[in-house]
Design a protein around this ligand. Structure first.
Ligand SMILES: Nc1ncnc2c1ncn2[C@@H]1O[C@H](COP(=O)(O)OP(=O)(O)OP(=O)(O)O)[C@@H](O)[C@H]1O
Ligand SMILES: [Mg+2]
Length: 364
């Protein structure tokens, strides 16, 4: 039996209708990643589920109860449906353990001792037992978010909704929060997670919803959505995730920032650290050490792209400045390094524009 059934759900705002007609069922144990361009109603969908927003029309049935019915008691529903937001929303004036105990004591009628014991267990689980007596402003973003998750679990919900739980975090803290969510997935917690972390979505979800055009435009397993999307807009969205355009405007460029973007891109596409390094190496030796040293080449348009057919990355640079192939005409050391990091390289010169291409070696 489905846990949630959404039928003809519609949400209109005065100027925009993000949800036109959403129809879907969610089963116990589903881990659903919701992806899609900005403004396509991903947050609105979650907010309509736990009734932070009142849908314009349509019904949501949760555990056999029509929760969109005005007579339905919302506090009861919210107890069964936890929510974790981008911006932690902890109570600033309560310490960490009190943050976790508050709702179980107030809403579930637990004794303070019971709520404390359980709260400490949960804090251990998210690796923060030693922070029990600290206040939220004494914690890092990643730690606050782990507390927010513990606080949601303390209500023993049947499902948890996450709205971009890692997007307000420093990149170094994303992993620790995703790890906690991964643990919940392993335990069979039913979850819906709006996320931009595509590698995470691919790893943990049982289903992926791509939202666009007023609803769930396409859904499938992570393999179906990320590797073989069927509909046009999904294809364009997924293809864009697999591309990284970089423009080197002038000789005064910031190599570190480009290197970081390339590394991040490689990680998002689940490539190994060594492949990421090869990608950076080809960029550095061909583009920054050779092409960018020449006159009249700017802007250099670079595109790193995951190939459609296999897991290899193609790096392509387009630039002016007269015929120049960094492998044939560049300095010897750079040329050797580029060749060692590529399975093949190519160069063409047409209408005054150079195109240099390297297929990066995929290393385990
Ligand atoms: N309270 C509101 N009043 C009016 N319009 C709203 C309100 N909340 C959201 N919208 C509009 O509804 C549309 C969908 O918003 P929503 O926040 O659900 O998008 P989203 O998919 O979560 O986007 P993002 O990826 O940027 O978070 C947007 O055009 C937004 O401006
Ligand atoms: Mg949103």
């Amino acid at each position: 039996m489905s846990m949630i059934k959404i039928e003809h759900l519609r949400k209109e705002y005065p100027n925009v209708t993000p949800l036109e007609d959403v129809n879907v069922e969610i089963n116990k144990g589903d881990v659903i990643s919701i992806i899609g361009p900005s403004g396509t109603g991903k947050s609105t969908l979650l907010r309509c589920l736990n009734q932070l927003e009142k849908p314009t029309s349509g019904t949501v049935t949760f555990d056999g109860e029509v929760i969109t019915d005005p007579k339905c008691k919302m506090e009861q529903i919210r107890r069964k449906m936890g929510m974790v937001f981008q911006s932690f929303n902890l109570f600033a004036n309560l310490n960490i353990i009190e943050n976790i105990m508050a709702a179980p004591v107030k809403l579930l009628g637990r004794s303070r001792q019971e709520a404390y014991d359980e709260g400490m267990e949960l804090l251990k689980r998210v690796g923060l037992a030693e922070k029990a007596l600290n206040f939220p402003d004494e914690l890092s973003g990643g730690q606050k978010q782990r507390v927010a998750i513990a606080r949601a679990i303390a209500m023993r919900p049947e499902m948890i909704l996450f709205d971009e739980p890692t997007s307000a975090l420093d990149p170094t803290m994303v992993g620790e929060v995703l790890q906690v969510i991964r643990g919940l997935a392993k335990e069979g917690m039913t979850m819906m997670i709006v996320t931009h972390e595509m590698k995470f979505a691919r790893d943990v979800s049982t289903r992926v919803f791509y939202m666009d055009e007023g609803g769930i435009y396409e859904e499938g397993t992570p393999e179906q959505i990320f590797d073989a999307p069927q509909k046009e807009k999904t294809r364009i969205f997924i293809k864009r995730l697999k591309q990284l355009p970089l423009t080197v405007e002038n000789a005064d460029f910031d190599y570190i920032s480009y290197a970081a973007q390339l590394e991040n891109f490689a990680k998002e596409n689940i490539l190994s650290d060594r492949t990421a390094r090869s990608l950076q190496l080809v960029f550095e030796e061909a583009v920054t050490q050779n092409i960018a040293m020449r006159k009249d080449v700017f802007p250099i348009n670079v595109m790193a792209e995951l190939s459609e057919t296999d897991e290899s990355i193609v790096l392509e640079a387009t630039y002016g400045g007269g015929k120049f192939d960094p492998v044939k005409d560049g300095d010897e050391i750079s040329s050797a390094l580029v060749k060692s990091a590529s399975t093949m390289t190519g160069h063409s010169f047409e209408n005054g524009m150079n195109k240099f291409r390297s297929v990066i070696k995929n290393r385990k």
